[in-house]
Design a protein around this ligand. Structure first.
Ligand SMILES: Nc1ncnc2c1ncn2[C@@H]1O[C@H](COP(=O)(O)OP(=O)(O)O)[C@@H](O)[C@H]1O
Ligand SMILES: [Mg+2]
Ligand SMILES: [Zn+2]
Length: 262
């Protein structure tokens, strides 16, 4: 007799179990009864066996949920590993960001961004002086996105330009190897545009990355200590043309947090 019957079936109204004249030595109920339902005979167990069955089902369900959770944790771990986050960036969150004057709109934008994942339409351009908290906010957003189980890549503009250069001088990685992960991840953070001037080639590659991401409606976060005007001189004009469409710009006017702390 198949005892794997969902407990709900025992409570179907109007169905009367037919006793088979044997008592359970434990609970004293009829040991087996049968419900005839849709032409099939369904076993109706005594109350102690039913109880046991229910417990077993609950245990299995809990076990499955546990396994799912474990694999989710495993996934977040792998995403984190692939994200290229430094140990320091891993610690940056919105909780440990101090809401000082001049950071409010950028902070709110970060909060909004996180709450909308994975339905974010536009990226963010954080503009601000050195030490004003741009990288902190960008890293914090990325950390939350990772926790939600979406892929993030963090790269400094410096490293990106260098990796692009390396594809010409070395044979290890092709340009596609460098750019493809950056084009396909859910969130890309390019930190610190403006510290190194890009080569003509680097400008074009950066444009292709941003262009491709915008076409796929994947958000990108850029941080820079340049003004909008300086940025326009730094990047490919096609990239600049697409900024209003693909990014919301926030200028952080707070001065260096490091200096503030003394
Ligand atoms: N408002 C803030 N609250 C807490 N820590 C901050 C804040 N602003 C900056 N910091 C910290 O100061 C350091 C420099 O900030 P960072 O985000 O790297 O500046 P930026 O990228 O704008 O140059 C980092 O360690 C960062 O965590
Ligand atoms: Mg920075
Ligand atoms: Zn029993």
């Amino acid at each position: 007799m198949n005892s794997k019957v969902p407990p709900e079936i025992y409570n179907v109204e109007g169905l009367t179990p037919i006793p088979l004249n044997e008592k359970c030595p434990v609970c004293g109920d009829e040991l087996f009864k049968v419900i005839v339902y849709g032409g099939a005979e369904i076993p109706f167990l005594c109350s102690c066996k039913r109880e046991k069955e229910k417990k077993e089902q609950d245990r299995r369900k809990a076990e499955e949920e546990q396994a799912k959770k474990l694999s989710e944790n495993e996934r977040v771990k792998q995403l984190r590993k692939a994200s290229n986050y430094t140990e320091k960036q891993k610690t940056k969150t919105l909780e440990n960001f101090v809401l000082i004057k001049g950071t409010e709109t950028a902070f709110n934008a970060a909060q909004r961004f996180i709450s909308k994942v994975p339905n974010v339409r536009k990226g963010i351009l954080f503009i601000g002086a050195c030490g004003s908290g741009k990288t902190h906010l960008a890293a914090a957003i990325g950390n939350s996105v990772l926790d939600k189980g979406y892929s993030v890549k963090f790269i400094t503009a410096y490293d990106l330009y260098e990796q692009i250069m390396d594809t010409y001088t070395g044979f290890e990685k092709s340009e596609h190897d460098v750019t493809n992960p950056l084009k396909t991840c859910y969130l890309l953070i390019i930190d610190d545009i403006g510290t190194t001037p890009p080569t003509k080639r680097a400008k074009a590659v950066l444009h292709s990355i941003i262009d491709s991401r915008m076409n796929r409606e994947k958000p990108t976060i850029l941080t820079t200590n340049l003004t909008m005007k300086e940025l326009a001189e730094e990047l490919d004009s096609r990239t600049i043309d697409r900024i209003p469409e693909g990014f919301v710009t926030f200028t952080i006017t707070a001065s260096s947090y490091r200096k503030k702390k003394g």
